[in-house]
Design a protein around this ligand. Structure first.
Ligand code: FAD
Length: 510
């Protein structure tokens, strides 16, 4: 039963365990929005951080606004570049390319989404450009152009640009740490060797460091990475495995020298047993090969990775193992797990940092008193489940709709049974090109699903309502859309020039 005498007594101390992207994002935001709490962060230099996780989605800008972060300052501090979307190579049949751009695809025609008009012309055999050419983010991205949307001119095509960042994860953590410490967060360096629970409540009472010091707290935020030091090891909350839909469980990461042009997008290239990322930063390119360890050895995966770099490698490939899935509960007793400790899917759509962000904002929205009200905790966990399941379905869709069957890996993915929630959506889209968001909390909008599913060959038919519009009108509308987008993209500055002019990082990141 809830202890009502404690229900409305505010917490005093928040202890964050872990100083990776999750730990310092949490510390930087909480210290910016809260007054009167003692916030501490424990991290171990000896253990370090995972050091991957460098591509984001546009919602990261909401985090920055909430945390009072100036984007130009952050870009300079973390050697960041802009990201307009993701260039998918060889995902459909092994010899193809499409772009998942943030932002709109052209303009709707009455209530019809432009991809429906495009499908109609395609069916009629009218010569038509790739769907990517009707979306400014895709067109500008592939031409290596970038500029900010113009808020003073909401009707202009350029207002439809949407963007995120690529950044150096270690430099970002360092930048966030400086901000958090300036706002009073106490950093405690040391390796946690034990966690003590309160005998009565079962709450975490304190953690014990290797040198014998103890660190207590009213609320603990577990940002200890995949170890899940508090949520898993101390409180015993289990992990739901999603390996039957997400085969990849290992990655090799290696930085290489920069090359020109400086591309404003992440590239993900499908390989025989996984895929390879390419993330351009100002001072280097981050690369990695994500793969199913049951199907390919580290040596073979490294050989593929190293054979497909644009510049000279700057280090040896580093292996990272992961387990696709999520914690049964992200909040248990007085511990909230944020970051890898709460779950990890895989890096294909750069959603993990976003899930850190929503973990922190959910915590702020449901911030507890000492009573730790059960309905608040239950609501947090419901939202956590929804967010992970929603992102999982979008990622699984990329694999399920492939036409590739050239290796055991791709054959399995193409034919695997998928969750019902996803199967219904794919059936609907395949039959009519229609897609509906079922809840406002869904992360990816119709544009994202349309670009990915059409990029990989769906749908087979279109919305019959398109036939209400004369074919000449459809053709003229798409023709005009394409021309306007081409003109705007042409007029935009080069990505590298834009950075050099507005947000160039100092020469040495150190
Ligand atoms: P970590 O970085 O592992 O931090 C854990 C912290 O806990 C460290 O400070 C460590 O020192 C501390 N710690 C652990 N044990 C102890 C102990 N005993 N005592 C004291 N301290 C301890 N996300 C994206 O959004 N975009 C991407 O492009 C992307 N790419 C990825 C690629 C791969 C291959 C992987 C595996 C992940 C990727 N991610 C990506 C996810 C992203 O890396 C993580 O979400 C992010 O780095 C957050 O990690 P973290 O802070 O939870 O954990």
């Amino acid at each position: 039963m809830t202890d009502t005498t404690r229900d409305n007594v505010p917490l005093e101390t928040i202890t964050i365990v872990g100083g990776g992207t999750a730990g310092w994002m949490t510390a930087a935001l909480l210290s910016h929005v809260f007054r009167g709490y003692r916030i501490r962060l424990v991290e171990s230099d000896e253990i370090g951080i995972i050091g991957v996780g460098e591509a984001t989605i546009p919602a990261i800008r909401d985090y920055m606004a909430m945390a009072g972060i100036d984007q130009v300052e952050m870009i300079r501090a973390s050697q960041a570049t802009f990201k307009l979307g993701i260039d998918f190579v060889n995902w459909r049949d092994g010899n193809d390319r499409y772009f998942h751009g943030f932002g709109r695809i052209g303009q709707d025609f009455m209530w019809l989404h432009p991809h429906q008009l495009w499908l109609r012309l395609k069916r009629l055999g009218v010569p038509i450009r790739h769907l990517d050419d009707y979306a400014l983010n895709c067109r500008a991205g592939m031409a290596n152009k970038f500029c900010f949307p113009d808020p003073r001119n909401p009707g202009s095509p350029i207002s439809g640009i949407d963007y995120a960042y690529h950044f150096d994860a270690s430099l970002l953590a360092r930048y966030l740490r400086v901000r958090a410490e300036a706002k009073g967060v106490e950093r405690i360096e040391g390796r946690i060797v034990d966690t003590k629970l309160d005998g009565e409540s079962g709450h975490v009472a304190h953690v014990v460091l290797a040198d014998g010091r103890t660190v207590d707290g009213d609320l603990f935020v577990d940002c200890s990475g995949m170890r899940g030091l508090l949520i898993g090891q101390a409180l015993g909350v289990g992990y739901e495995d999603w390996n039957q839909w997400l085969l990849n469980d290992r990655a090799l990461a290696v930085p290489c020298e920069s090359v020109s042009p400086l591309t404003p997008y992440t590239r993900v290239t499908a390989r025989d047993h996984g895929w390879q990322w390419r993330i351009p930063l100002q001072h280097r390119i981050g690369n990695g090969h994500v793969f199913a360890s049951a199907q390919i050895s580290d040596d073979a995966a490294a050989a593929t990775l190293l054979a497909n770099l644009d510049g000279k490698p700057l280090a040896d490939p580093r292996a990272v193992a992961f387990r696709p899935g999520k914690r049964h509960k992200a909040w248990e007793k007085n511990v909230v797990a944020i970051g890898l400790s709460s779950g990890f899917l895989e890096p294909l759509e750069s959603t993990s940092i976003h899930l850190i962000q929503t973990g922190i904002t959910k915590l702020i929205g449901l911030f507890p008193h000492r009573g730790f009200a059960a309905p608040d905790i239950a609501e947090y966990n419901r939202q956590h489940d929804f967010e992970f399941t929603d992102v999982r379905d979008f990622i699984v869709a990329h694999y399920k709709v492939t036409e590739r069957e050239d290796t055991e890996y791709w054959r399995y993915l193409k034919h695997m049974p998928i969750p019902d929630s996803l199967a219904e959506r794919l059936d609907l889209f395949a039959s009519s090109g229609r897609f509906f968001r079922r809840a406002a909390a869904e992360l990816f909008r119709e544009e994202s699903w349309v670009q990915v599913l059409m990029g990989q060959g769906l749908p087979v038919a279109y919305d019959p309502m398109v036939e209400m519009i004369p074919d000449e009108t459809v053709a003229a509308f798409l023709h005009d859309t394409e021309e306007v987008i081409a003109d705007v993209a042409r007029a935009m500055p080069d990505h590298a020039d834009f950075i050099a002019r507005y947000c160039k990082a100092p020469l040495s990141p150190n």
